[in-house]
Design a protein around this ligand. Structure first.
Ligand SMILES: [Zn+2]
Length: 274
């Protein structure tokens, strides 16, 4: 499931190659990826040029010269793939929406399970959407005082707190599990019970695991690919996520898997006591 580092990697890969390009054709193979009819979607994109590509939370924002944004959420298995030149269309197994650029290159939104969403939003729509998102974990706005205040107001298990995009933007299960493991916090500890030194450690480890993964171009477990179709290199850096039955690298105890909130959590019972 693409989280902040994966979306950031895709954005960095698209930003240079897409800037200044014009979308001349949009083919919708899977209308269920849209929230409006295919015609409406196509009309909003018709012959618009791209002024930039950026990220907020887990959203890819492609800015158009009309002022609108093509906003892409990858869901579980979405990929946004750009062909390097007109003669090399990207390899895609489940194309959902295909954009043709004026120079002939193709930008393909591919999605096996189709939980992703593509929308064209006005600046006002986007401001409304963004107003419901928490701070970016790698920006200064994610300060320790703000984080502690937010923690103190929640009785949720800390893992659920971290996945709540209104509390913190862009973190999903993989990086939440990794950051909790590295800061020695049980995933089911109530947010409001986390002490000051642990909160500081957790904030530091959230930032560290995200930065490390961005540097390694994201974590590929199965479906994630960057804009060029390449796997990310961060999977070998995972210490807890998916490591059920393996030894904890800190203490040698065995990593456990538990399930709550409909999702797996992984922890070392010694390093992360209840
Ligand atoms: Zn341990």
């Amino acid at each position: 499931v693409p989280e902040l580092p994966e979306v950031e990697t895709i954005v960095r890969g698209l930003s240079g190659p897409l800037r200044g390009a014009t979308i001349t054709r949009t083919r919708v193979h899977r209308p269920d990826l849209l929230r409006v009819g295919a015609r409406t979607f196509q009309r909003k994109l018709g012959n618009r040029s791209i002024s930039g590509v950026s990220r907020r939370a887990k959203y890819i924002l492609i800015s158009l010269d009309s002022g609108a944004f093509l906003v892409v959420h990858l869901g579980m298995t979405g990929q946004l793939l750009l062909g390097i030149d007109p003669h090399n269309p990207p390899t895609s197994t489940h194309p959902g929406v295909v954009f043709t650029l004026s120079d002939g290159r193709k930008l393909v939104y591919d999605d096996v399970r189709r939980f992703g969403v593509l929308e064209v939003l006005t600046p006002e729509d986007w401001v409304m959407r963004e107003s419901r998102m928490g701070p970016e974990p790698l920006e200064d706005s994610f300060s320790l005082p703000l984080f502690r205040e937010s923690l103190s107001s929640s009785r949720s298990p800390i893992r659920s707190f971290l996945l709540d995009q209104r509390r913190l933007a862009g973190v999903g299960n993989i990086y939440a599990i990794e950051a909790l493991h590295r800061s020695g916090i049980h995933p089911q500890a109530r947010a409001c019970t986390i002490e000051a030194n642990k909160a500081a450690a957790l904030r530091r480890e959230i930032r560290r695991v995200l930065r490390t993964s961005i540097a390694r171009k994201g974590t590929t477990l199965r479906n994630y690919r960057d804009a060029g179709g390449n796997e990310g290199g961060n999977a070998p850096r995972l210490l807890a996520y998916g490591k059920e039955g393996k030894p904890c690298l800190q203490c040698g105890d065995t990593i456990l898997r538990i399930v709550f909130g409909n999702r797996s959590a992984f922890l070392c019972p010694t390093c992360q006591p209840r």
